[in-house]
Design a protein around this ligand. Structure first.
Ligand SMILES: Nc1ncnc2c1ncn2[C@@H]1O[C@H](COP(=O)(O)OP(=O)(O)OP(=O)(O)O)[C@@H](O)[C@H]1O
Ligand SMILES: [Mg+2]
Length: 259
C-alpha cells in the first residue's frame, strides 16, 4: 500500500499517543513545517531578534503560488530589489525542490516556474554560516556561498540563471584566508538566543540554519534556510554532541519515571 505523507504522519502521531513510553525526538507535524519555504522562515520573522549583539531578519520575500506572467508586477508592487533568488516553495529534499535560480532583470522573472518563494539576494561576501543545533548544543561552521553581485554586474547581465544544490558542493571555508569582516562568526550570545527561541517556536531539537551577514555590516544577519536533521557528519565533534544529547534524553526520562 502506498501511503501519502499525510497518512504516514497520522500513523506516527497515533503511535505517539498510544505509546507514551516511547520518546519521540521531534513531532512529524513540526518537521513538516520546515518543508515549506514560506512557513520555514516565519518564526524568524516573528521573533524580531535584535539586541546589542546584532539583528536577525529574513530577506525580503514574496510568495508566488501561480501565474508566472504576474511575477514582474508583483515584484514591483512588493518593492523587491534585483537580483532575486527564486526557490521552489516546497523544500522536501528532492533534487527538483533544491534547484534555485538567480534572476537579474525584471522581464526575465516571467520565465520562473511557480509555486515559488522570491527572495532579495543579500550580498554577504561569499561566506555563510551553518549553525547546527542538537538539543541545547550549538555548533557553527563557515561555508563558501554564492559570490556578491555588484551594481555593474547587475546592470550588464540579463536573464535567469539556475544554480544546482549549493550545499552539496560548498567547501568548508573554516581554514580559508578571508576578509576578517566577512569571516568573523556571528556572536555566540546572538546565536544562543536565536537557537533557544527557534527550538521553542518550531518545537524541534535537531535542525540547522543557514545564516549570512550583510556585506559591509558588522551585525546585520539574515536567516535564509532552515533544514531538519541535516547531514550532521559535517558538524565538528558530532559524535560527542550526539551522545551527550541522547544520554540527556535518557536521564530526563529516568527522572520523570522516578519522580
Ligand atoms: N536571499 C539570499 N541572498 C543571498 N544568497 C542566497 C539567498 N538565498 C540563498 N542564497 C544562496 O543560495 C544557497 C542555497 O539557498 P537555500 O539554502 O535557501 O536553498 P536550499 O535548496 O535549501 O539549498 P541547500 O540544500 O543547498 O541548503 C545558499 O547557500 C546561498 O549561497
Ligand atoms: Mg541551505
Amino acid at each position: 500500500m502506498q501511503l501519502t505523507g499525510k497518512e504516514w504522519r497520522q500513523i506516527l502521531e497515533d503511535y505517539r499517543r498510544t505509546h507514551p513510553e516511547v520518546t519521540v525526538l521531534d513531532p512529524p507535524d513540526a518537521i513538516q513545517h520546515l518543508h515549506n519555504r514560506q512557513s520555514m522562515l516565519q518564526c524568524v520573522a516573528d521573533m524580531n531578534l535584535s539586541n546589542s549583539y546584532g539583528k536577525v531578519d529574513v530577506p525580503r520575500q514574496l510568495v508566488i503560488k501561480k501565474d508566472a506572467a504576474s511575477i514582474p508586477d508583483a515584484v514591483t508592487k512588493a518593492g523587491l530589489m534585483l537580483p532575486i533568488v527564486a526557490k521552489p516553495l516546497v523544500a522536501d529534499g528532492s533534487a527538483k525542490s533544491h534547484e534555485l535560480s538567480l534572476a537579474y532583470d525584471q522581464p526575465s522573472l516571467q520565465k520562473l516556474e511557480p509555486p515559488l518563494v522570491l527572495q532579495e539576494f543579500v550580498n554577504h561576501g561569499g561566506v555563510l554560516f551553518k549553525v547546527y543545533i542538537v538539543g541545547e548544543a550549538i555548533k557553527v561552521v563557515r561555508r563558501f556561498s554564492l559570490p556578491d553581485v555588484c551594481k555593474r554586474e547587475l546592470s550588464r547581465i540579463e536573464g535567469v540563471f539556475r544554480f544546482p544544490r549549493v550545499s552539496c558542493a560548498a567547501a568548508s571555508a573554516d581554514d580559508a584566508d578571508l576578509d576578517p569582516g566577512v569571516a568573523e562568526l556571528p556572536p555566540q550570545p546572538l546565536l544562543e538566543k536565536l537557537a533557544r527561541e527557534l527550538r521553542r517556536r518550531l518545537g524541534l531539537r535537531l535542525f540547522n540554519l543557514d545564516i549570512i551577514r550583510e556585506h559591509g555590516s558588522r551585525d546585520q544577519f539574515y536567516v535564509i534556510d532552515i533544514n531538519y536533521f541535516p547531514g550532521y557528519g559535517k558538524m565538528p565533534e558530532y559524535e560527542h554532541i550526539f551522545t551527550d544529547f541522547l544520554l540527556s534524553l535518557g536521564q530526563s526520562r529516568y527522572k520523570e519515571r522516578s519522580s
